[in-house]
Design a protein around this ligand. Structure first.
Ligand SMILES: *Cc1c(COP(=O)(O)O)cnc(C)c1O
Length: 508
């Protein structure tokens, strides 16, 4: 049985700031004599930049610094510690094999300006990855240049814009359902389009009638996230594609959630004209805390002439790059994108092979439906349907005792678990968006489910314990409003660090 008092206290460390650990005169390096005449610094630095003393920098030994950062690293929750059920983020375990291969010096030391003859292997990686991604998605051509999912969206929209402009068509609108990922409307606006929001129906899906009513000669494309952010498969996708194509508009699919479909169904077969993938979600690049990621864009043949340059082609067994192309939208990223991420993705695809790629989707969907079944007796499920890779509950049943989604998320920390995505998607008030991913075992799913069930019980029986969580972390609940209104962003010898609050007392 889950028990907050028996979990490892791996997020309950205490670590002072480096500034607090500083001791005057302590130093972390020693240098041998230079062997050349030494000049006073004063003579080398312009007078207005010279300072006798730098106020307030911490003074520490090497041991102090190494231990400080190691302790902070252990303080962090990470995928190598346990389940990381952040909905929409696909925080899955990535095999170490792919990390090893990405670190081969043949890859890491190749400069992108080396002539084609000297980087045949690197070009082969990109050419093959493009072919595999096209095969997996059912599309005709691809670019690996975009740096992330949202960047792929923008690229895809610029391709559509270039296509329309060449034909003199003035289509200014992009339709975006309310169950789309939040980056979709932002990318459409950045791409110079007007965003028109569509409401999903009582099933949580985009219905063909809603789309039909929104169609006009102004519509350039629909951007649909499939599976959508409710974790639901857009069941009317074929009819949706027909409606768009009959009106001369494009179907853009946000394919960041491809781990729900890979090896089972191909967007290209559903009428999708352009989509992006998130290699850092589906295809084995660890992510979170920044990049690099990669958001390849796959297109059907009519959009291929507009793809960014340089592109990689093959002639017999020779690979070569084409740096200029008259109809290309140009570059969207330096060189050929985040090459190390491409290496990982190809290694991952090849190590799984045709037979096991589909296991990704099978397990992603099975795991999400397992959590749905285990948690449904305890949490409200606004859209009660078979889900794909994630499931969205909310806090409606806990609200009468004053417990909210934020409280539930904070209480999970006491159980040694990372909370799910909260308050997204926006169409579910108080959303708890759980994506277990395909790499979790049934024991880990049970560990998560039992903690959630225990919290549901606590919410009914001792709501104050949940409402004041977390109790076992180094710090209690932060004042998020204060932090947003009055952020303290720089250290000064006089004003920072601010006085520490006592950590809240353990209860229960
Ligand atoms: C993560 C995600 C994105 C954005 O991807 P980034 O790489 O963070 O830019 C877009 N759409 C969906 C559905 C996603 O899950």
């Amino acid at each position: 049985m889950a028990d907050a008092n028996r979990t490892t206290q791996h997020i309950a460390l205490e670590e002072p700031l480096l500034f607090e650990k500083s001791r005057p005169g302590r130093i972390g390096y020693s240098l041998p004599p230079t062997g050349v005449p030494e000049l006073p610094l004063k003579d080398l630095v312009p007078a207005h930049l010279y300072r006798e003393r730098v106020e307030g920098l911490p003074e520490l030994s090497e041991t102090d610094v190494v231990r400080h950062f190691n302790r902070l690293a252990q303080w962090n929750y990470c995928i190598d510690r346990g389940i990381y059920p952040l909905g929409s983020c696909t925080m899955k375990y990535n095999p170490r094999l792919n990390e090893d291969i990405a670190r081969w010096t043949a890859f890491t030391e190749a400069h992108p300006y080396l002539p084609d003859e000297l980087v045949q292997g690197c070009l082969a990686v990109q050419w093959h990855l493009e072919r595999y991604l096209c095969e997996i998605t059912g599309m005709d051509a691809a670019t690996l240049q975009p740096a992330a999912g949202a960047h792929g969206e923008l690229t895809g929209l610029l391709l559509i814009r270039a296509y329309l402009e060449e034909r003199g068509e003035k289509r200014t609108r992009i339709l975006v359902p309310d169950s789309a990922h939040g980056t979709n409307p932002a990318s459409a606006a950045l791409g110079g389009f007007e965003v028109v929001h569509l409401r999903s129906d009582e099933r949580g899906l985009l219905s063909p009638s809603t789309l039909r009513a929104a169609m006009s000669r102004d519509v350039a494309a629909l951007m649909i996230t499939n599976p959508n952010t409710l974790g639901l498969f857009e069941e009317d996708i074929l009819e949706i594609a027909d409606i768009l194509h009959e009106a001369g508009a494009f179907l853009y699919m946000d394919g960041a959630n491809m781990n729900a479909l890979v090896g089972i169904a191909r967007p290209g077969d559903m009428g999708v004209d352009v989509l992006h993938l998130n290699l850092h979600k589906t295809f084995s690049t660890p992510h979170g805390s920044g990049g690099p990621g990669s958001g390849p864009v796959c297109v059907k043949a009519p959009l291929a002439p507009y793809l960014p340059v340089p592109r990689v082609f093959r002639d017999g067994d020779r690979y070569y790059r084409v740096w200029e192309s008259p109809r290309s939208i140009g570059r969207v990223k330096a060189f050929q994108g985040h090459f190390g991420v491409h290496v990982r993705a190809l290694a991952y695809i090849l190590s799984l092979g045709r037979d096991h790629l589909r296991d990704i989707a099978i397990h992603a969907v099975l795991n999400a439906n397992y959590l749905l079944a285990r948690l449904k007796p305890y949490y409200h499920l606004p859209y009660d349907r078979r889900v794909m890779h994630e499931v969205v509950f909310n806090d409606r049943r806990q609200n009468p005792s004053g417990v909210t989604t934020m409280d539930i998320a904070k209480r999970l920390i006491d159980y040694g678990l990372h909370p799910p995505t909260v308050y997204f998607p926006l169409i579910v008030p108080g959303a708890l968006m759980i994506e277990p991913t395909e790499t979790e075992s049934i024991e880990e799913l049970d560990r998560f489910a039992e903690a959630m069930i225990q919290i549901a019980r606590e919410a009914a029986e001792q709501p104050e314990v949940v409402r004041s969580a977390p109790h076992r972390s180094a710090f209690g609940r932060f004042d998020e409003v204060e932090a947003a209104r009055h952020p303290v962003l720089r250290w000064s010898p006089h004003g920072f660090p601010p006085p520490r609050k006592e950590p809240p007392k353990e209860s229960g």
